[in-house]
Write a protein that binds this ligand. Structure first.
Ligand SMILES: Cc1cc2nc3c(=O)[nH]c(=O)nc-3n(C[C@H](O)[C@H](O)[C@H](O)COP(=O)(O)OP(=O)(O)OC[C@H]3O[C@@H](n4cnc5c(N)ncnc54)[C@H](O)[C@@H]3O)c2cc1C
Length: 391
């Protein structure tokens, strides 16, 4: 077992770092790109610059706009992007629907959708959760009824991130209400500007508009937008969740938050600050160990992908560990920095670490819920990983 990267991989990492240094101003505030039209435009342009280098989907085949590079290059990209706090990629297109279309999509669907994702031109959102269906996703009630060459879709989705910005949505809808609940669901693609779709903003704890409710009223979705067979959508949707949970940028993002905190503590040590406080020192040492563990859990997921396997319970292990770790790091930050750690960037005179700590703390809370809660991940690990019977 060799834990080192090859010289070529290290050279690629340096190339990415240089690119990020030029494209991301050092005083950029975390999260600002998610807010408002100007920020969104910055994010889109950044995507396009990545795409122009074939870096948005480096490991995709060239015919779909990728660069034919290995999974390892993608890991390096995500690590460097996560550490640099680069604007989040179109995770729904790049990490989720793209790989799923490669596995389950028709040739026509691949040709229609993959190049737009790879070029950063077309943004996606995910229509899974409904007001009464989150963890128990298979209970979803959105209906799609076949009418000639279309499905007529009615129902509501909720917590739909970026729905107000996205061009397309992939979603799960019930096509056979009489079948057992997992077996009557289909996986559909719809254009967000289709007549009958409306979105309503939901503001999160940190005051940001990322989520939405999305309403469907007699929306006509062409049958050609059905992915895989009718009533087999649950299996497509579940594979997509494995890709979602395999997101590996987060271990680097957590490490960056911790490094910033360590930098602050080192600087304040001379004033008798947290650097000399036994409890804080042990906490920080513990978090460094945990961040290393998180990184290696991510690498396990990547190494499975390199072997052509779809990570399953292994993705749940990494997802639950890293999402809880990001909360522990954010919590330690707020506690160690004390009252000044709770000041937002709007008060630069008092704010420490550019006022990021409270935002990190609030955003981290959602991470153990998004993509399936920690309790659901533990259920998957128990059943699929440990072979235990369902609880
Ligand atoms: C930041 C963020 C982004 C999101 N983005 C999207 C998106 O883009 N698209 C989308 O479709 N959804 C999105 N979601 C929604 C997310 O998928 C759901 O919130 C999640 O699946 C949980 O569903 P719920 O909120 O209905 O909670 P519930 O399912 O009602 O769960 C409530 C509580 O009960 C627990 N629980 C439920 N069932 C079990 C069980 N069997 N065993 C043990 N405990 C259980 C849960 O762990 C949780 O603590 C997002 C959520 C967040 C936080």
């Amino acid at each position: 077992m060799d834990y080192r990267f090859t010289p070529e991989e290290e050279a690629f990492r340096t190339e990415i770092r240089e690119f990020l240094k030029v494209e991301l101003p050092p005083d950029r505030e975390e999260g600002e790109e998610e807010e408002g039209d100007e920020g969104w435009e910055f994010r889109r342009q950044f995507h396009k610059k990545l795409a122009a280098r074939g870096w948005l989907v480096p490991h995709w085949p060239k015919q779909y706009g990728g660069n034919d590079l290995g999974i390892m290059e993608q890991v390096l990209m995500r690590e460097e992007m996560g550490y640099a706090r680069a604007p989040l990629l179109d995770i729904f297109g790049v990490n989720m629907i793209g790989p799923v279309l490669m596995m389950y999509g028709s040739e026509e669907q691949k040709k229609q959708h993959l190049p737009g994702i790879a070029s950063g031109e077309v943004m996606w959102c995910q229509g899974y959760s409904e007001p009464e269906s989150g963890s128990d996703l298979a209970s979803l009630q959105m209906r799609a009824v076949r009418d000639g060459d279309d499905y007529v879709v009615n129902g509501q989705k909720i917590w739909t991130s970026n729905a107000h910005r996205a061009d397309w949505i992939f979603m799960l809808a019930r096509t056979d209400p009489d079948a057992p609940k997992h077996k009557g669901i289909s996986f559909l693609l719809a254009e967000m500007d289709a007549p009958g779709i409306t979105t309503r903003p939901l503001i999160n704890l940190a005051g940001q508009h990322g989520f939405n409710e999305v309403f469907f009223e007699d929306v006509r979705v062409p049958v050609k937008n059905l992915v895989a067979e009718e009533n087999r959508g649950w299996y497509v949707g579940a594979a997509l969740l494995d890709f979602e949970r395999s997101g590996i940028g987060s271990s680097a993002a957590v490490r960056r938050n911790l490094d910033d905190l360590l930098g602050y503590v080192r600087e304040s040590a001379g004033d008798g600050g947290a650097g000399r406080d036994g409890t804080a020192r042990h906490k920080l040492a513990e978090l460094v160990i945990e961040t290393d563990v998180g990184r290696y859990l991510s690498y396990r997921v990547a190494s499975m992908q390199m072997r052509g396997e779809v990570p399953n319970y292994e993705a749940s292990v990494a997802k639950s560990y890293l999402s809880e770790l990001s909360q522990r790091v954010a919590g330690a930050g707020v506690n160690i920095v004390g009252l000044a750690g709770q000041v937002r960037p709007e008060s630069p005179k008092w704010a420490k670490l550019q006022g990021r700590l409270t935002l990190q703390y609030m955003v981290a809370l959602g991470q153990t819920i998004a993509g399936g809660t920690t309790e659901i991940q533990k259920g998957i690990i128990a059943t699929r990983g440990l072979g235990l019977p369902r609880g």
